[in-house]
Design a protein. Structure first.
Length: 398
């Protein structure tokens, strides 16, 4: 046995550049790890990492570390860097698919075939979208294992998935959007609270969480702009809080005069309720809050699920087909493009990472539009050809 210089514990050489690191952790118990190192510098680096893992309480008994145990460690680590909704979705995927299928396997024996099999089982159930999330989860888990040198390669790389069928999203026609707004404006108390939100989403393309997380200090009535930099999200343990937008970026959204007029009227109504209730109104500066008179909800932001329930009710009353509330965003983009707004402006309004994403999702001309484009092209060619031929005295129609 050889000592590791001045470092505590011991290192035993096993041959072929492999070493066993061993540390006494108290109570007659030892922790060990086998590593590969070709130089003393690499060995000391492995030792420091081993000690660091022990200090933060990681399971360093790699020979007994299972996929299920490491999945729990991965979930604990990413909880600080993901929104609660995303983390909860990953947690569900781990518990529903990863643990039952792969949980018993030793992490250091996990293969690409194991990961592919786990994903294929979900695909066979017809859940391609869930399989995509599962692949993302397994890739992230294995990436962390590689970084901690628990795996030499990432078995979650190059996992095959069938092509996902493009979802045909449904948007409202102009008369349908107007019918929805009329129902909200003249409906019951719930639908009247829904009206300014639906109106704003149709005029600006805001996401649901962005609209509900909007605060008055982000609304500039003079310049008719909205500073969108956060969204309302559900928090661990219940309740709501503010987090970054889906893309993590800020954007300045220009709203038309009709949208700002509705917001101004909504603000006056909210100010009147605040003045009437006084200290009973919980003023956190949110634009859209519960106005139903219930004491415990005065000034409380409207929750995403509550908004969705109201939206479904409004569709039913208006006699419109089932839609997601996110389809209001798609409607805003589609109507803007149809009205001649350029793609760059629409992309910036929506907060897309690139104009390509906007074009790929929303630019799908109908047959009438294609025929119109063909006629315009023919007219242009005919005109240019006639001009050229008239110069040479040989003008004729195409």
């Amino acid at each position: 046995m050889t000592r590791a210089g001045s470092l505590p514990g011991s290192v035993t050489e096993r041959g072929n550049h492999r070493y066993q690191l061993r540390v006494h952790v108290g109570g007659g118990r030892y922790k060990s790890r086998t590593v590969t190192a070709r130089t003393k510098r690499e060995l000391r680096r492995e030792w420091r990492k081993f000690i660091g893992d022990l200090e933060v309480g990681l399971n360093v008994d790699h020979g007994r570390l299972t996929v299920a145990t490491f999945a729990a460690q991965w979930l604990a680590q990413i909880k600080r860097t993901r929104t609660f909704g995303t983390w909860r979705r990953y947690h569900t995927v781990v518990q529903t698919y990863v643990v039952p299928t792969l949980g018993h396997i030793r992490l250091d024996r996990l293969t690409h075939g194991d990961v592919q099999h786990c994903v294929d089982l979900v695909v066979d159930q017809g859940k391609v979208a869930t399989a995509e999330t599962l692949r993302l989860v397994l890739h992230g888990m294995c990436k962390l294992a590689v970084r901690r040198r628990l795996l030499t390669t990432n078995p979650g790389v190059d996992i095959a998935l069938p092509p996902r069928q493009r979802r045909e999203y449904r948007v409202l026609a102009v008369h349908e959007a107007q019918a929805l707004l009329d129902v909200c404006r003249m409906g019951n108390a719930r639908l009247r609270q829904l009206y300014p939100i639906v109106h704003l989403m149709l005029h600006t393309g805001l996401r649901r969480g962005e609209a509900l997380g909007l605060r008055w200090d982000a609304v500039d009535f003079e310049h008719r702009t909205l500073h969108v930099h956060e969204q309302l999200t559900r928090q661990p343990g219940g309740g709501f809080g503010l987090g970054p937008t889906k893309t993590g970026t800020d954007r300045l959204v220009h709203a038309g005069e009709p949208a700002m007029v509705v917001l101004e009227r909504h603000k006056r109504e909210q100010d009147a309720l605040r003045a009437e209730l006084g200290s009973a109104y919980l003023d956190r500066g949110f634009v859209f809050t519960r106005l139903d008179g219930r004491a415990r909800t005065h000034g409380v932001p409207i929750g995403p699920n509550t908004l969705t329930r109201w939206f479904v009710e409004a569709l039913r009353v208006a006699g419109l087909p089932a839609l997601r509330i996110h389809d209001l965003r798609d409607t805003a983009a589609t109507l803007a493009i149809a009205a001649g707004v350029d793609l760059v402006t629409v992309s910036e309004m929506l907060g897309h990472s690139s104009i390509t994403m906007t074009a790929d999702r929303y630019v799908h001309p109908h047959s009438t539009t294609k025929r119109d484009a063909a006629d315009r092209l023919a007219d242009a060619l005919a005109g240019n050809y006639a001009q050229n031929m008239s110069r040479s005295g040989r003008a004729r129609a195409i």
